[in-house]
Design a protein around this ligand. Structure first.
Ligand SMILES: *Cc1c(COP(=O)(O)O)cnc(C)c1O
Length: 402
């Protein structure tokens, strides 16, 4: 037995021979970009989440862009969202020339605080873009009620929430049905299942689904699969400005195999999170994540919050010294140099507000969460021994402080 223990990474995709064979099947078929594998993956994904339509794209950022365009977000419009998210969420709003209006989070769930949404709505608000952060469903019931009062569409950034569930009229339903108007998913390796890169849009609205399909392929009126199979010469046209946001058939073939693994992945992640709960329950100075009784997280990440007693960076460094990778709490977009004050608003008037980048009195819970949380490793292949080792390392790291 080797003396040196292997380092434990923060995450690891679970892939194997089945995915390699699927990629090979697509390559050998002669059709490698958006084609029959993409169509099959869309159908299987729609069936899994229970949505009418699913449209595959190149990643979740492009999915969010198309969702915002479909609901009619235009330059100088405002879109309500959170700063406490991966930067892609707010960036997609700026791609439309619109202004992200950041609402603070609920410190318990790390998701948008529904009680703060109404006051952020103005006559320029065109949509609400909510995030199911690190796989934990946000309070869609409360959010949709406000959205309906103001006649605003709700887009769900479900990048991390594949396989998460929400209790809806007494039934557990998958995120992505969707419960809002459009849900957007990511297949980046840091998420639950992966195609290398990739994204998916789900909706019940056939008109929006048609638009996604046009926009992802340069606005081309005839899909190339249709031209390829045509018995007569047909010419395509380009009625609108589109993009190249296609997923390839190689990626989709891999995604179809990943989808088969998804139930086992979610089950394992929920088991590991439960084990973390049990082993960390008595550790002083930690706030453990909570799951509302109407939500079932896929635990894309397991975030613990340190009390003031401990220094985030020191704890992370001590974990790293013991071979355990961690990450700090979810980033705050408004603190990044790309978000100087013209690029966002915190809902205060006048807009954009005069808060400097880096600090905003209306986003204190978002800032606190970034500065006091630590994400622990959690992935399908992690063993119970790995988890025990992580918990030991964490306890050691906490003891060494006063
Ligand atoms: C990862 C992530 C995205 C971006 O997904 P990509 O597929 O990498 O474009 C968007 N929003 C959230 C909340 C994410 O975690």
């Amino acid at each position: 037995m080797s003396e040196k223990l292997q380092n434990i990474p923060i995450a690891k995709p679970w892939m194997g021979e089945a995915e390699a064979e699927a990629a090979s099947r697509a390559i050998m078929s002669g059709w490698v970009t958006q084609g029959p594998e993409v169509a099959a993956f869309e159908l299987e994904f729609a069936t899994y989440v229970g949505s009418k339509h699913a449209c595959a794209v190149s990643n979740c950022t492009t999915a969010l862009h198309l969702a915002l365009l479909a609901v009619g977000v235009k330059p100088r419009d405002e879109v309500i969202t959170v700063s406490h998210s991966y930067i892609a969420t707010a960036n997609s709003i700026r791609y439309c020339g619109a202004l992200p209006v950041f609402v603070d989070i609920d410190p318990q769930t790390y998701n948008i605080n529904p009680a703060l949404i109404s006051e952020a709505i103005s006559d320029r608000t065109r949509a609400i873009l909510v995030v199911h952060q690190i796989g934990m469903p946000c309070d869609l019931k409360a959010i949709l009620e406000i959205a309906h009062q103001h006649n605003l569409p709700v887009i769900e950034d479900a990048a991390c929430a594949i396989g998460s569930e929400i209790l809806w009229n007494g039934e557990w339903e998958k995120i992505g049905k969707p419960h809002g108007d459009i849900a957007c998913f990511s297949f980046h390796p840091r998420k639950i299942i992966s195609t290398g890169d990739g994204g998916m849009l789900t909706t019940s609205n056939p008109e929006w689904d048609r638009q996604f399909r046009l926009l992802r392929q340069h606005g081309m009126s005839v899909a190339d699969t249709v031209r390829h199979g045509a018995k007569q010469v047909i010419f395509e046209s380009y009625p609108i400005l589109g993009y190249n946001y296609r997923m390839t058939d190689i990626q989709a073939a891999v995604g179809r195999e990943q989808l088969k693994r998804l139930p086992a992945i979610v089950e394992r992640r929920r088991y590991l999170a439960q084990r973390y709960h049990e082993l960390l329950a008595d550790v002083e100075g930690l706030q453990l994540p909570t799951e509302p009784d109407w939500a079932r997280s896929n635990w894309q990440s397991y975030a613990i919050r340190l009390t003031d007693k401990y220094d985030q960076v020191q704890v992370m460094q001590q974990m790293l010294d013991q071979g355990i990778a961690t990450r700090r709490g979810i980033m705050n977009t408004h603190r990044e140099p790309a978000y100087q004050k013209e690029a966002w608003s915190c809902g205060a008037t006048p807009k954009p507000c005069n808060c400097g980048a880096g600090k905003c009195d209306r986003l204190t819970e978002s800032e606190k969460a970034q500065d006091s949380c630590i994400l622990l490793p959690l992935f399908h292949q992690m063993t119970n021994q790995d988890l025990d080792r992580i918990v030991e390392a964490l306890k050691n790291s906490l003891i060494k402080h006063d």
